[in-house]
Design a protein around this ligand. Structure first.
Ligand SMILES: [Zn+2]
Length: 128
């Protein structure tokens, strides 16, 4: 039984092992973010993906992904009815439509899981 204030869930061994493997590999980096245990890591991942889902749901009908290149993402803004090009410039994302680093398009790009992985691997973070 988990301690008060906690609940347990059951996952398949495959899922557990996959998370455990990534956790073990990134343990040092995670400790710097204040994540010191395997369950802490799973919680952190869940929260992060909820956050991304929320951002995605907020923009999804209004903005669509058209194409993803190495250094740029082409989006269609259905509100403005314009094409937005978000490119990597000097290690940051930059929206050429808005001429900004932190507009809805940049936010949307960060909410795309496949793009996020690539950006994360290159050390590009969402400005907050
Ligand atoms: Zn923009």
């Amino acid at each position: 039984m988990p301690k008060p204030g906690f609940k347990s869930i059951t996952v398949s061994e495959t899922v557990y092992d996959r998370f455990q493997e990534v956790y073990q590999k990134n343990k040092a980096g995670l400790a710097m973010k204040g994540v010191n245990s395997f369950s802490g890591y799973v919680t952190y991942m869940l929260e992060e993906s909820m956050q991304k889902d929320k951002t995605f749901a907020r923009y999804a009908p209004k903005i669509e992904k058209i194409s993803v290149d190495d250094d740029r993402v082409i989006l269609k803004d259905n509100i403005k009815n314009r094409i937005a090009e978000v490119a990597v410039q000097r290690g940051e994302l930059f929206c050429q439509l808005c001429d900004e680093k932190d507009c809805v398009h940049v936010g949307f790009v960060f909410s795309l899981p496949d793009v996020y992985e690539v950006l994360n691997a290159r050390g590009i973070k969402h400005p907050k």
